[in-house]
Design a protein around this ligand. Structure first.
Ligand SMILES: *Cc1c(COP(=O)(O)O)cnc(C)c1O
Length: 222
């Protein structure tokens, strides 16, 4: 049997102290999450609304839930009160809906903007130019209940370490440029969420501040 607690402890030791571990628990049962929790893990990432809702209702209240999956606008109302950070904001329309819901609840929602860096078509996110355009728009200036806390990206699923490194360092350079031009006055824009089980070492070498790790901890998803 896999020792989930040991994996958490090992990662907490291995990762540089400035890198946050998001334990990706999607598709895994609550008992497995509790093993990670008992080893000291408090940040968990989920990618489906229904699963998040069920787990958040029953698991300990000091867990910080991050939403990491594609979020449909009609689910924002459900997700927002349950999460401390949404990693996967991938369109102006979704940002507008988060703004609307957060304003109604009189809260500010912490978000990362997902940038499309992979070769695969199906991965969501803004293109580099598209997000920069958005930052110059009136729509963006209207956001007062959203903190853009940084960027998120997923590399191509490939054996080519070169490709992965190129994509991650491209995103890191973009992050630095955007921060300098648009967020120099912001205390919030500081997170770069990149790296999963297969590529977190490369991501950290490229300057990731948050890694989202599932199968290394829990084994393959059922
Ligand atoms: C599932 C998932 C992960 C974790 O993937 P592993 O390969 O199991 O570590 C990370 N990020 C996102 C967005 C995911 O959907």
């Amino acid at each position: 049997m896999r020792n989930i607690g040991k994996e958490i402890e090992r990662l907490h030791q291995e990762l540089p102290p400035e890198v946050t571990l998001v334990c990706v628990s999607k598709f895994h049962p609550q008992e497995s999450l509790m093993q990670a929790y008992d080893a000291g893990q408090r940040i968990f990432g989920e990618s489906r609304v229904q699963e998040l809702t069920q787990k958040a209702a029953t698991l300990p209240k000091d867990i910080a839930w991050h939403f990491i999956g594609h979020l449909q606008t009609n689910k924002v109302k459900q997700v927002l009160p349950l999460t401390t950070l949404i990693h996967s904001v991938d369109s102006p329309r979704l940002l507008a809906e988060i703004e609307r819901v957060a304003a109604n609840l009189n809260v500010v929602c912490d978000c990362l903007v997902q940038i499309h860096i992979a070769q695969e078509e199906q991965k969501f996110g803004f293109d580099f130019e598209e997000f920069e355009c958005y930052l110059q728009s009136e729509e963006y200036k209207q956001l007062s209940h959203v903190h853009i806390c940084g960027l998120m990206g997923m590399a191509t699923y490939t054996d080519s370490v070169e490709t992965i490194k190129r994509e991650f360092s491209g995103l890191r350079n973009y992050f630095d440029t955007i921060k300098q031009h648009y967020f120099s006055e912001s205390n919030h824009f500081k997170e770069l969420s990149m790296g999963m089980s297969g590529d977190y070492v490369e991501a950290i070498a490229s300057g990731s501040t948050m890694v989202r790790i599932g199968s290394t901890i829990f084994g393959e998803r059922m």
